[in-house]
Write a protein that binds this ligand. Structure first.
Ligand code: NDP
Length: 341
C-alpha cells in the first residue's frame, strides 16, 4: 500500500521534499471484531486543495477547523474511492464514494457515515473531487447563499480559473450577471474568456496597477467580489466596490505561506460603502448537497457548465501537484490519479 507521508512540519512555501512516499502492507479486508462499522476503500482520485497547507503547519491558528498532519504519517484529504469491503450497512462492495480518505492506495475508513455515496456515475468520477464535490459546493454556497446575487450585478472573481473560481463564474453568467475574473497566466485568462464565458479577464501578474485594471473592467464598480486570494487584490477591490456590495470571503491563498499576513489598507471602505464581507466555510452548507446536484447535474448534461481538470498521474506525483497550487502550476482543478478503476 503506497502512501504519501508528511516528512516534517512546513514553514513558508511547501516543497515536494516536505513529503515522502512509503510502502506499507495492509489487509485487504476489514479487521474482525473491531465493533465499529467501517469500510475499506480503493482510492481512485485524490483532490489537491489549498486548505491542506493549513494542515502542514505545526500549530493551527484556529482550533476545531482542521487537524494538523502528523510527520511520519500518511496525509489525508478529499478523494473518490471504490468500496472493496464493508461492515457499514449503507455502503456495499462496488459502491463509489467521495469524502475524506488517505493519500494512499487503500484506506480503512472508520467514520463511513461521513462519506457521500456517488449515485450518478454517468459523469466523470473525478468530478466528485471538484465540480460535484467540495469545491463545487463551495462555489454554489458562496455564490447563491452568501453573495445573494441579483440579475445584472457586476461580479469579480479572483483565482478565477481554479477549482472553485471557474464554477462561480459560470454560475454567475447563467444567473445573468456581468462577470470578470483574474488569473495568473495568459493561458488561464484565455480559458476564462473562451471556455468559461467570462465577459472580461486579466492576468494580475502583468498588471502593476490592480486599481487601474479593475477600473478598466468595472467602470461602474463591483457589486460582488468572490474573494479567493486576499492581500493586494482585496485592497484594490475594496476601493472599487459599490455601495451595499457583498464580499463572500472564500479564501486568501496569497496569505497562506506568509509568516505575517499583509495589511489591507482600504478596510474602512467597507464602512463608507456599507459593504457586507462574509467569511464562510463549505462544511456549514452540505445540507444543500441534494439541491446542488439537482441544479448542477442537468446543467452539466446540457453542456451549460463545463469543467477543466488538471491530472497528475500516480501517487508519487501527488506532492508536486499539491504544492503546485501555491505557484499556480495547476490549470483548473488539480486531481491526482491513484488508480483508473
Ligand atoms: P485553485 O484550483 O484556484 O488553485 C489555487 C490557485 O490559486 C492557483 O492555481 C493560483 O492561480 C492561485 N494562487 C496561488 N498563489 C497565489 C497568490 N499568491 N496570489 C494570487 N493567486 C494565487 O484552488 P481552489 O479553487 O481549490 O481554491 C480557491 C480558494 O478557495 C482558496 O483560497 C481556497 O482556500 C478557498 N476555499 C475555501 C473553501 C471554504 O470553505 N471557504 C473551500 C474550498 C476552497 P493563478 O495562476 O491564477 O495565480
Amino acid at each position: 500500500n503506497n502512501q504519501v507521508l508528511l516528512r516534517h512540519f512546513v514553514t513558508g512555501f511547501p516543497k515536494d521534499s516536505d513529503f515522502e512516499l512509503r510502502e506499507s502492507t495492509i489487509e485487504l479486508s476489514i479487521p474482525q471484531g473491531s465493533g465499529v462499522p467501517a469500510v475499506l476503500v480503493k482510492n481512485l482520485y485524490l483532490s489537491c486543495d489549498p486548505y491542506m497547507r493549513t494542515r502542514m503547519a505545526k500549530s493551527l491558528q484556529v482550533k476545531g477547523y482542521v487537524d494538523s498532519f502528523q510527520p511520519g504519517s500518511p496525509i489525508s484529504g478529499y478523494g473518490v474511492s471504490r468500496v472493496i469491503d464493508s461492515s457499514f450497512p449503507k455502503l456495499k462492495v462496488g459502491d463509489y464514494v467521495w469524502g475524506f480518505t488517505g493519500w494512499e492506495e487503500y484506506s480503512l475508513i472508520t467514520e463511513p457515515e461521513k462519506l457521500f455515496k456517488i449515485d450518478h456515475t454517468d459523469v466523470p468520477l473525478s468530478y466528485y473531487t471538484g465540480l460535484l464535490g467540495m469545491p463545487g459546493m463551495t462555489a454554489f454556497a458562496g455564490f447563491y447563499e452568501v453573495a445573494t446575487p441579483k440579475k445584472g450585478e457586476k461580479v469579480f472573481i479572483s483565482a478565477a480559473s481554479g477549482a472553485v473560481g471557474q464554477l462561480v463564474g459560470q454560475f454567475a453568467k447563467l444567473f445573468g450577471c456581468y462577470v470578470v475574473g483574474s488569473a495568473g497566466s495568459k493561458d488561464k485568462v484565455d480559458l476564462l474568456k473562451n471556455k468559461f464565458g467570462f465577459d472580461e479577464a486579466f492576468n494580475y501578474k502583468e498588471e502593476p496597477d490592480l486599481d487601474a485594471a479593475l477600473k478598466r473592467c468595472f467602470p461602474e464598480g463591483i457589486d460582488i467580489y468572490f474573494e479567493n486570494v486576499g492581500g493586494k487584490m482585496l485592497d484594490a477591490v475594496l476601493l472599487n466596490m459599490n455601495v451595499h456590495g457583498r464580499i463572500p470571503i472564500c479564501g486568501m491563498i496569497s496569505q497562506y505561506n506568509l509568516d505575517k499576513p499583509e495589511g489591507v489598507h482600504n478596510m474602512a471602505m467597507t464602512i463608507f460603502k456599507r459593504v457586507k464581507m462574509e467569511g464562510f466555510l463549505v462544511f456549514d452548507y452540505y445540507h444543500l448537497y441534494q439541491k446542488f446536484l439537482e441544479t448542477v447535474l442537468p446543467q452539466i448534461k446540457e453542456g451549460k457548465i463545463v469543467y477543466v481538470e488538471d491530472f497528475a498521474e500516480g501517487l508519487e506525483n501527488g506532492p508536486a501537484a499539491l504544492v503546485g497550487l501555491f505557484s499556480g502550476r495547476n490549470v483548473g482543478k488539480q486531481v491526482v490519479i491513484v488508480s483508473h478503476e
